[in-house]
Design a protein around this ligand. Structure first.
Ligand code: GLU
Ligand code: ZN
Length: 474
């Protein structure tokens, strides 16, 4: 290993919102850099962005910041290897394309779409895997001039040697070998002159001195091509690559915006905590040494791409909710309230107590701010009514229990709920579930929920009395 500082990057095309798969890619690269005292780079791969992608890029930077994945070099941060937007780096790609053509590693291909499709059909019909047939590999200057005169606009292809193979040591999967014969000459510049993904991505990694590229398995077949390009361009310092399995949903399908449930901005708006998402994602295919929520620094110290599982990465919404539970349990009351308040609906009911006191009382019963606000309404809204289960429970208990409850004044239910409930039980001849379920239904409008001893003392005494009176009337 060289002593060069570790440099990793996250290189999204800033055209859409992040889903959990992209976030995991960013996370793994960030963890690797941070765990090795290195730097984490953000590069915007915006070469085929239709319009200025700056709004998406701002949203993306904001999302990374929210997750705690600080960017050391990037479009907004700057840095010694900028610019960090591909749309501003075309000179480098043009230069690489010219060098590859001058050295004979690349050539102009004049084949039309139809000709390529026809060749492909013939190969498939003959039972061969489709590859570029090499039509334009060795055109003479004359033949080229003819095609140009006929108005054909070329793409540029990389000349892959016919024989031999390329081997690299994948950081996740171990040794990988690709046979060159199976690769076929691939396009490195489109007919409008813009660089293809392979080229821009490889050139940038080399120019930005990226040392480690961790990315999804969908890029595994790109890596031999990119290594060929880097060799042909004479880049001695090449990144090491590692490929991990793409995250699938529980039905085994790739995550997608259309199916929902895995878009970062939606999960964030719902109220998921960043540390819940981070701990969930890191554990899809990787087992750090400790259970429970770990902070980013601890995860960085533990992260090792060689121990990331090969394939089979599943996103289980229930597992994520388990991390959300743990994340909420670790917040102090002020932070819990801050989180809940940030998700307050417009018609939020006024709390009769301090927010942190309320949030702590309902903590075990909520996963999202909206859950907290639903409890606020059930408990504190004078207009709130028992749900159907609660109505059935109240009816089954009958008005006698509530009359007895109203008669117990010392202590008041809001002073010492436990003592009050016991006294009510004695007076009404009820105990256990037969006592507490109807009381819960009458006071909280629901048959399940937070501990009564924690929430009833938060309620205004008049409201408690009014709810008991409503149930005592037959
Ligand atoms: N822009 C590419 C993508 O989002 C980057 C792939 C890579 O990490 O090399 O898939
Ligand atoms: Zn051709």
């Amino acid at each position: 290993m060289s002593d060069d500082p570790i440099r990793t990057r996250f290189a999204p095309s800033p055209t859409g919102a992040l889903h959990l798969g992209n976030v995991r890619t960013a996370l793994f690269n960030w963890l690797y850099a941070r765990g090795h005292g290195g730097r984490f780079i953000l590069r915007s791969e915006d070469t085929d962005a239709e319009r200025s992608a700056d709004a998406s890029l701002t949203a993306l930077t904001d999302a990374l910041g929210w997750l705690g994945l600080t960017v050391d070099e990037g479009p907004e941060e700057g840095g010694p290897h900028g610019p960090y937007r591909q749309s501003e780096r075309s000179r480098l790609y043009d230069d690489a394309l010219a060098r590859l053509q001058d050295s004979g590693h690349a050539y102009r291909c004049y084949c039309t779409r139809e000709e390529l499709a026809e060749a492909r059909r013939r190969q498939l019909a003959a039972g061969r895997p489709p590859r570029y047939p090499g039509t334009c590999r060795d055109l003479s200057a004359e033949e080229r001039a003819e095609r140009e005169a006929a108005g054909r606009v070329p793409t540029i292809r990389f000349r892959v040697p016919d024989e031999g193979s390329i081997t690299f040591s994948d950081l996740v999967l171990g040794s990988q070998t690709a046979r060159l014969r199976e690769i076929g000459d691939f396009i490195i510049a489109r007919s409008d002159g813009s660089p293809a993904f392979f080229l821009a991505n490889a050139v940038d990694d080399a120019e930005m001195a990226v040392t480690h590229v961790l990315r999804g398995e969908d890029h595994l077949t790109n890596t031999p091509r990119q290594l060929l390009l880097l060799n042909a361009l004479g880049y001695g310092q090449q990144p090491r690559y590692g490929h991990f399995g793409l995250i699938l949903d529980m039905d085994g399908r790739p995550l997608s915006k259309r199916r929902g449930g895995a878009m970062l901005d939606e999960l964030r708006a719902r109220g998921y905590r960043p540390e819940a998402l981070i701990n969930h994602l890191v554990r899809i295919g990787f087992a750090p040494p400790a259970d429970g929520i770990m902070d980013l620094d601890a995860l960085a110290a533990a992260f090792d791409p060689a121990r990331v599982a090969h394939g089979g990465a599943r996103h289980d919404g229930a597992a994520l909710d388990g991390w959300q539970r743990q994340a909420l349990d670790r917040l102090d009351a002020d932070a819990l309230w801050e989180w809940m308040a940030a998700g307050a609906p417009e018609d939020a009911v006024a709390l009769p107590v301090d927010g942190p006191v309320f949030a702590a009382a309902v903590r075990p019963n909520i996963l999202f701010p909206e859950d907290g606000w639903a409890w606020a309404r059930r408990l504190f809204d004078p207009e709130a009514e028992p749900d159907s289960d609660a109505r059935a429970e109240i009816a089954a208990a009958g008005p006698g229990l509530f009359r007895a409850a109203l008669a117990v004044q010392d202590p008041a239910p809001t002073e010492d709920f436990g003592a009050w409930a016991k006294a009510t039980g004695r007076a009404a001849g009820a105990k256990g579930r037969g006592l507490y379920r109807p009381l819960r239904a009458a006071l909280t409008n629901a048959v399940e929920g937070p501990e009564l001893g924690a929430v009833v003392p938060l309620m205004p005494p008049e409201l408690v009395a009014a709810r008991l009176r409503a149930c005592a009337a037959d």
